[in-house]
Design a protein around this ligand. Structure first.
Ligand SMILES: *Cc1c(COP(=O)(O)O)cnc(C)c1O
Length: 224
């Protein structure tokens, strides 16, 4: 199947409340164009340099998602146009995004990344870290008028064991529900749960995801 057939078929099989971020990292701008020409607008990249070089040459109405780890000193390059930052995992980063958004007279939507996988990683908040960050955000809400905390993001363990993956996604959905109900109950923007990639998006959707980030299942295997 061509990329355009592939993305159309993929989207038609998604439940209507689930949106797709087509993860275009490592694929050429021509391939992104092929997907864009089907009417798809949401694309995700995990590196700032690749994101800005594609954004430069591709149509301006593409909604770019920064899905990877973001260093504070690079926020300024994407702040003028980014649609959603999926992996906010520190106070410092949230503050910098707010500051750079203000410079651009924008409000930038963010998701907080929670570490749910068994693999150790420097990235993503523990549940306690998440609670602390949300408390900090809530206590200083008037200083954060240029960011919106729209939900959570997580990545499951890279494994063929579906039970492990399901358990991790279920854990993240439970945290999401808890935060929405008890910590951010006056904050209606908190609605998005970004979980699920090519190898686990079906399980993620069953466990409550409403944004899947899918690359290789649509564009084919990557040649790094
Ligand atoms: C690469 C990547 C994806 C998509 O991976 P695929 O396996 O190609 O679907 C999703 N989320 C993040 C954070 C990624 O880096």
């Amino acid at each position: 199947m061509s990329v355009s057939e592939q993305i159309i078929t993929f989207k038609s099989a998604l439940p209507k409340e689930v949106s797709l971020v087509a993860v275009s990292k490592t694929y050429s701008s021509n391939i992104v164009m092929e997907a864009y020409n089907t009417g798809h607008k949401d694309f995700g990249e995990n590196k700032v340099q690749e994101l800005i070089s594609k954004a430069e040459v591709l149509p301006k109405d593409i909604r770019w998602h920064m899905i990877g780890h973001l260093q504070s000193n690079k926020v300024k390059y994407i702040a003028p146009f980014v649609t959603l930052i999926h992996a906010v995992d520190s106070q410092k980063l949230l503050k910098v995004i707010n500051k750079e958004a203000a410079k651009n007279s924008r409000v930038i939507d963010c998701l907080l990344q929670v570490h749910i996988a068994k693999e150790s990683s420097k990235y993503g908040l523990s549940k306690e870290g998440l609670k602390d960050l949300i408390r900090f955000f809530n206590d200083n809400i008037n200083d954060f008028s240029n960011v919106r905390v729209c939900g959570l993001m997580g990545m499951a363990t890279f494994t063929d064991d579906c039970d492990i993956v399901r358990e991790e996604f279920r854990y993240l959905k439970a945290i999401f529900d808890e935060v929405k109900e008890s910590d951010l109950n006056n904050y209606p923007e908190f609605t998005q749960l970004s979980m699920g990639m090519s190898n686990d998006y079906n399980i993620a959707i069953e466990e409550g995801s409403n944004i899947v980030r899918v690359g290789s299942a649509i564009f084919g295997n990557r040649n790094y």
